[in-house]
Design a protein around this ligand. Structure first.
Ligand code: AMP
Length: 363
């Protein structure tokens, strides 16, 4: 596809209908593209902003085939789409990022092994498939630690804190019960100074552009605030961008890769998680960057030149979770605030309803 950009009017297929898909569809529209959203939920946030949407299950092969035939390229807005679904689409239409990148990023063990093979530091970890392996990991790596399900975890779901007093049988029963073939990763607890993320875009011709590292502050394991730029030295920022870029290159990924990292007090960087899609910690880029992460994703998968990732101002992005979105329109009175609401009707606790980006003078 390199050298042959997608012409205006072409259709981008989006697997997943959440806010990331919605903001990507809006960016695609700005560049003259149409977006066709595929997701199981009716009236999804992404489907609200585009005329083309398929409401069907991820294992409805007939609906998936019809969707693939109706789009020119396809992408996804979350990495937990069933792998077989991604493969089905990729057999009929270019899917970016590739199924191979997705296969690695869907699975915490594969992510960690991928980093290890590149000699990119992470927390110490071990694969755990039952209480005996959990005991062995505790003996070898020690506590405090975190036990995480290998797949399908997000926003702190599928995680359990481990202390020296934890009962391996009870921890395992609580975390892994219900899964058909439970597999977990045991990670040493990192006593980090702060958490950062870097988003990098990679084009079909191999060109890359990374966004400046940002600090992410969590509440109840869910992203609460993103501080732009992250308060780290230029040398640490440069290393963080280099790590993210190297990962995107080695994954041969076309699209976006978000890399979450821990920064220790000594300035050491440990990779925590990879996401091959737009990321909540990049929402600030809509209002404070020359090219938003969403436009950048569209540019990458459409074979257009990547845009400048220059930061135009400092920013603080605040997620609006659950009933925090009540009265959100009051934020419009604040001149430095940019409000984004995702069109979700029901404000369940912890649900991402929208965000506000406060623009601050550039430091
Ligand atoms: P994750 O789902 O892996 O992104 O984890 C969610 C959050 O839990 C992270 O953003 C951290 O705040 C915390 N966390 C996860 N893993 C570790 C770890 N190994 N050490 C310390 N904190 C962790």
């Amino acid at each position: 596809m390199a050298g042959r950009p997608l012409p205006p009017g072409a259709v981008i297929g989006m697997l997943g209908g959440g806010q990331l898909g919605r903001m990507t569809a809006l960016a695609a529209a700005n560049l003259g593209y149409r977006t066709h959203v595929y997701c199981p939920e009716p009236d999804a946030p992404a489907a609200q902003v585009t005329a083309r949407a398929t409401t069907a299950a991820y294992d409805d092969w007939a609906a998936l085939d019809a969707f693939a035939d109706a789009v020119d390229v396809a992408t996804y807005e979350f990495e937990n789409i069933p792998f077989a679904t991604a493969e089905r689409i990729a057999a009929r239409v270019p899917l970016m990022p590739s199924t191979e990148a997705l296969r690695i990023c869907q699975n915490r063990l594969r992510e960690k092994a991928f980093c290890r093979d590149l000699e990119i530091p992470t927390a110490r970890w071990a694969e755990v498939d039952g209480p005996p392996a959990l005991r062995a990991a505790l003996a070898e790596i020690g506590a405090p630690a975190v036990l995480k399900t290998v797949e399908q975890g997000y926003d702190g779901k599928g995680q359990s804190a481990i202390t020296a007093d934890s009962d391996p049988d009870a921890v395992w029963a609580a975390l892994a019960s219900g899964a058909a073939k439970p597999l977990c990763i045991f990670e040493s607890f990192v006593d980090f100074a702060l958490e950062i993320s870097v988003i990098v875009a990679r084009a079909p011709d191999g060109a890359t552009r990374s966004y400046p590292p940002v600090e992410n502050r969590h509440r109840n394991h869910i992203l609460d605030q993103t501080i732009v730029p992250a308060p780290i030295s230029p040398a640490v920022a440069e290393r963080a961008e280099a790590i993210a870029t190297r990962l995107a290159e080695r994954l041969a990924l076309v699209g976006l890769l978000a890399v979450e990292m821990f920064v220790t007090a000594e300035g050491e960087l440990l990779v925590n998680e990879l996401a091959p899609r737009p990321h909540n910690s990049g929402h600030w880029s809509i209002d404070a960057c020359r090219t938003s992460q969403f436009e950048q994703l569209v540019r990458a998968i459409a074979g257009l030149p990547l845009g400048s990732t220059e930061r135009l101002s400092d920013a603080v992005m605040q997620n609006l979770l659950g009933d925090e979105a009540e009265g959100a329109l009051d934020r419009l009175a604040e001149p430095e605030a940019k409000l984004h609401l995702y069109g979700k009707a029901e404000a369940r606790p912890g649900r991402k309803m929208g965000h506000v980006t406060r623009l601050l003078d550039k430091s």
